[in-house]
Write a protein that binds this ligand. Structure first.
Ligand code: GDP
Ligand code: MG
Length: 723
């Protein structure tokens, strides 16, 4: 940071604004010579930074504005950018704004610039990351962009320093003649909307003093229409404005209009029509040749399914040795603990509760690491953007915004960050619809459950349709199934509860390139750490609680000690097993499982699975550790050294038939695929939707869906004579 004089109010202010992660802070540091923290993930700049930049025309004050996808804001933090740019509420009004744009994501980033043009704020566009765009062979031409938008445009690189003198010259010109940085917005809104804006802008004007700047007042009116809603967390919005927005919205809804779509749709359509999305250089490159196949509606989808199939089969085959290693490690740990700690409650807790529970979760780390490495590889190579392109038509057909693809895809890893990623969508309706279906995507927490069931119940050497290894095929099936269910849910919700028109997808296809292993490994490491810390806290906590529930009270009807006295070894062993079984059945957890058994019996689940399901409602992975605890407690010592999958295979009904058949397994996996067993997801939906209604709705509809689907699978399968 520069010294005190930088804050002198006499200096004109230049603001650096734009989408997150476009290099605003890097540029700020370059221009002012300070060293504010640079990050390579969105959301690093929280507090604003101010520094001094020496232009030829004299020094100016530069301000690093927090990144935003849009001026529309839903919370006080997001409001900061809007206030800084308009100079509201005691902020210094910038004399010019440098809109920092990621040149590799040109069109998508320009949306933000359109809003400043609309507001009549004098701007200079800095197309940053030109070095990367050029290396990818798709650097945009600043002259073309400037012609299209009517404002000054400079190509720069905050890393190499390229273009900074030209940026300084452009900013100096705009400071001298602000109109050079203004353009006439060329997109049109419907007449009815203009009338609404007219009414609202007089209100905004009378409260904030922008009477002499009609374009800005209109922009503020647009901001209010898009941002103010029941339960928002905006601050200092006058009551009169709130009331008027509510009135206008109600009137529009009554007329069947969608204000969000009218505003956002008009901007995007205009932007789309500029034809800037594809790089002008039209030589047939390697990328184009490959894309002719990979973007083909038939071959492309076939290739996608093939890639996924190979991926999941590899996941099984390659992780197996590591899984075996971890399994034997934990059973050694359990045996050594039993050897050291005297038999009793403490030893039971350590071995059955802690070690078993933790081990049965950690065992999935190899698969999770491998999944993330492979997904990271595909993402970095540029292939994932092709998949987005391929599925866009399908997404739109079910009413999802094209850009909802990214959150949906992140949903395969974890619904929590995926739901947070819906912030990149402009409309509340699109955000809510995406949030309601993302939890149906098969997240990594379901992977341990699928793996356990598939590995226990489906033959290693089995073949599906004579060619495909059955375990991999089952896994692909679960992922395809969950994806289809998410799309169907979107179609249904999008036509009923969350109706709304579509907005076009703007997507730039990066050229293919070899992924950098360091970034793939970094991603892998971050996600693995998340998994392990979660396993270490939530899961461990739940496991301990469940162990207590399953171990107490220690009551049996028969007096086993008396029966054992003087009996033969064989009889003692049978009595031991019987006692363990009775203890488990009579425990609090066992009783809970039996209490819900009538509810889940039609799905093919017994009370032990019921105990697991109860635990899984906190977090899905807990199911696996609960099963570890259930079968650890309820089995005799010979079996305790067996891995969980063998114990599951050995479970029998009182009549001797196997509890777990492939059909039970399928029913169980379907249940896990569809039910909302994740507290964190519900909590984050509550936060992002700012209401209790949506998480409650999410929980209810997913639980009902899961039950019905499992019922159909199990009863249908039985009717067909399977299992
Ligand atoms: P902000 O979120 O807009 O403030 O973006 P940052 O300044 O934190 O930068 C985001 C990431 O992009 C960092 O990893 C930077 O090093 C990188 N970056 C920024 N500008 C450039 C550039 O011109 N070229 C390259 N190669 N990387 C850049
Ligand atoms: Mg920053």
């Amino acid at each position: 940071m520069s010294a005190a004089p930088a804050r002198s109010p006499a200096l004109p202010r230049v603001a650096l604004a734009g989408n997150p992660n476009t290099g605003k802070t890097s540029l700020f540091n370059r221009l002012t010579g300070s060293n504010a923290r640079v990050g390579n993930y969105p959301g690093v700049t929280v507090e604003r930074e101010i520094g001094r930049w020496a232009l030829d025309v004299g020094p100016v004050e530069v301000m690093d504005v927090p990144g935003a996808y849009s001026l529309a804001s839903r919370s006080a933090e997001e409001q900061v950018a809007m206030r800084a740019i308009f100079g509201l509420d005691g902020e210094v009004r910038p004399s010019a704004v440098i809109v920092v744009i990621d040149a590799t994501q040109l069109v998508r980033n320009l949306y933000f610039a359109l809003q400043l043009i609309e507001a009549g704020v004098p701007i200079v566009l800095a197309l940053n990351l030109m070095d990367i765009a050029r290396a990818q062979g798709q650097a945009p031409d600043p002259v073309r962009v400037s012609d299209a938008l009517g404002v000054p445009v400079v190509g720069v690189s905050a890393n190499t320093g390229e273009g900074l003198p030209a940026l300084a010259a452009a900013v100096s010109r705009v400071l001298a003649t602000p109109d050079e940085g203004r353009a006439r917005p060329m997109w049109r809104y419907p007449h009815a909307l203009e009338k609404d804006l007219g009414r609202l802008s007089t209100l905004v004007t009378s409260t904030d003093g922008s009477a002499d700047r009609p374009r800005e007042a209109r922009a503020l009116a647009i901001w209010a229409l898009l941002s103010v809603e029941d339960g928002d967390e905006l601050i200092d919005v006058p009551g009169a404005v709130r009331q008027e927005v509510a009135t206008l919205r109600a009137a529009a809804t009554a007329q069947g209009r969608d204000l969000d779509a009218e505003i956002i749709g008009a901007r995007y359509q205009w932007l789309d029509g500029l034809g800037l999305a594809r790089s002008p250089d039209s030589t047939v490159s390697f990328t184009d040749k490959v894309d002719r196949w990979l973007l083909h509606p038939v071959f492309g989808l076939a290739a996608f399914l093939l890639v996924m199939g190979v991926l999941f089969q590899a996941l099984f085959a390659w992780s197996d040795p590591f899984i075996g290693l971890i399994e034997s490690g934990f059973s050694w740990l359990g045996e050594s603990t039993r050897a050291v700690v005297p038999p009793g409650l403490v030893a039971d807790f350590l071995v059955d509760g802690l070690i078993n529970g933790f081990g049965s979760v950690l065992v999935f780390l190899p698969q999770i690491l491998m999944l993330f490495a492979m997904l990271g590889f595909l993402e970095d190579s540029g292939y994932m953007a092709r998949v987005a392109y391929l599925v866009d038509r399908g997404m739109k057909a079910v009413g999802l915004h094209g850009r909802a693809f990214v959150p949906m895809l992140s949903g395969y890893a974890c619904a929590v960050p995926a739901i947070m990623a819906t912030r990149t969508l402009e409309r509340r309706r699109d955000r809510l619809l995406t949030m309601m279906v993302v939890p149906l995507m098969s997240c990594s927490a379901r992977l341990p459950v699928y793996t356990l069931i598939i590995a226990s119940l489906f033959p290693v050497n089995g073949r599906f349709l004579w060619v495909f290894p059955v375990q991999g095929a089952m896994m692909v099936f679960m992922y395809v199934f969950s994806t289809l269910m998410a799309l169907i849910a979107a179609a249904v919700l999008g036509k009923t509860l969350l109706r709304g028109p579509k907005v076009p997808l703007l997507l730039e296809l990066p050229p293919y390139r070899l992924p950098s292993w360091s970034s793939v490994f970094r991603q892998m490491w971050l996600r693995a750490r998340m998994f392990v810390t979660e396993a270490g806290t939530v899961i461990l906590g739940c496991t301990v609680v469940l162990w207590v529930l399953l171990s107490f009270p220690k009551e049996t009807l028969k007096d086993y000690d008396a029966l054992r006295a003087g009996a033969s070894d064989e009889v003692v062993a049978t009595l031991d097993a019987e006692e363990d079984g009775e203890l488990l059945r009579n425990s609090y957890g066992g009783r809970l499982g039996q209490a819900i058994e009538p509810l889940i019996a039609p799905l093919g689940f017994d009370w032990k699975i019921g105990v697991g399901l109860v635990g899984a409602f906190a977090a899905r992975e807990v199911f696996v550790s609960t099963m570890g605890v259930v079968y650890g407690i309820g089995s005799d010592t010979d079996e305790q050294s067996l891995p969980l999958r063998d114990r599951i295979r050995a479970e029998r009904h009182p009549d001797g038939s196997a509890i777990y058949t492939p059909l039970t397994g399928l029913s169980l996996m379907v249940f896990f695929a569809l039910s909302a067993q994740c507290m964190s997801t519900l909590a984050v939906v509550k936060r992002e939707s700012r209401s209790w209604r949506w998480p409650m709705f999410l929980f209810a509809y997913m639980t009902v869906l899961a039950w019905v689907a499992s019922f159909v699978v199990y009863q249908g399968g039985r009717a067909l004579g399977l299992g």
